[in-house]
Ligand binder design. Structure first.
Ligand code: DGL
Length: 269
């Protein structure tokens, strides 16, 4: 039986999952978190299903060493391809970011025309499309991969002419489809929200999967009676497979604070 004191495990291909950690800290401030970022093997968004599933299995195995009470796959690419396999192999409850994002989009849209942006692997998986259609088959879903967005965010180019030009090019087909809701289907994209809105115009609502995922985790912890008491002091641990200094430096942008005590795991977890 899991106890409320056990930490929540979160993994991502690298640093982007800190947008989900930020949402978890805001919504569940007394929960302890163990974060694993696979910085040695990032990006996942350019890789095949088999590779993404293999890496994701290893990431869960690593987090299980910390006795986590549940696992959050912060990475959209891993959630898209690996969630069913992970649920088959492990007993620990596992939450991905796809269903929460799809649910929020279906709630949000008024015209039933939803856009999805993500990495090449996420868009190829059609996982968001399937999740939206499981909720409401009448929805029209239009998808575009935006491969340059991840490096732009990691460079800190969140607005300015290069970023705007990339956004205009990627989002033009979605604009033409007259979407009224856009799912930001990648960990990094919430940081580009102002630029994306600038290009799409104020009538398009943006759905940030991170926020919805935190709500789903709260529901899960309540349902399993493992929600930690409100005034408990949380602890946070961050593990990466390469370049802990770089991770700690970049973490300020994603977390709006610096990730303390980033530890390196040697080789593969
Ligand atoms: N974390 C990935 C995602 O949300 C983006 C970075 C990558 O390609 O690994 O899809």
């Amino acid at each position: 039986m899991a106890s409320s004191r056990q930490p929540i495990g979160v993994f991502d291909s690298g640093i982007g999952g800190l947008t989900v950690v930020k949402a978890l800290i805001e919504d569940l401030p007394s929960e302890s978190i163990v974060y694993f970022g696979d910085t040695a093997r990032v990006p996942y968004g350019t890789k095949s299903k088999d590779t993404i599933v293999k890496f994701s299995l290893e990431n869960v195995e690593f987090l299980l060493r910390f006795g986590v009470k549940c696992i959050v796959i912060a990475c959209n690419t891993s959630s898209s391809w690996a969630l069913p396999t992970l649920r088959k192999y492990f007993k620990v409850p596992i939450v991905g970011v796809i269903r929460p994002g799809a649910q929020a989009a279906v709630r949000q849209t008024k015209t039933g025309r939803i856009g999805v942006i993500g990495t090449r692997a996420t868009i190829r998986s059609r996982a968001y499309e399937a999740a939206v259609h499981r909720i409401d088959p009448s929805m029209k879903v239009f998808s575009e991969s935006c491969p340059l967005f991840v490096p732009l965010v990691e460079e800190g180019w969140l607005n300015g002419s290069v970023c705007k030009a990339a956004a205009e090019r990627y989002l033009e087909p979605l604009k033409r489809q007259r979407i009224d809701t856009l799912i930001l289907g990648c960990t990094h994209y919430p940081l580009l929200a102002p630029t994306i809105l600038h290009v799409l115009g104020p009538r398009v609502a943006l759905v940030d999967s991170a926020r919805q995922t935190a709500l789903e985790v709260r529901g899960l912890l309540m349902g399993t009676d493992t929600l930690r008491e409100r005034n408990a002091r949380p602890s946070y641990r961050f593990f990466v497979t390469d370049e802990p200094e770089q991770f700690a430096g970049l973490s300020r942008r994603f977390l709006e604070r610096r990730a303390m005590a980033v530890e390196q795991v040697n080789g593969h977890p």
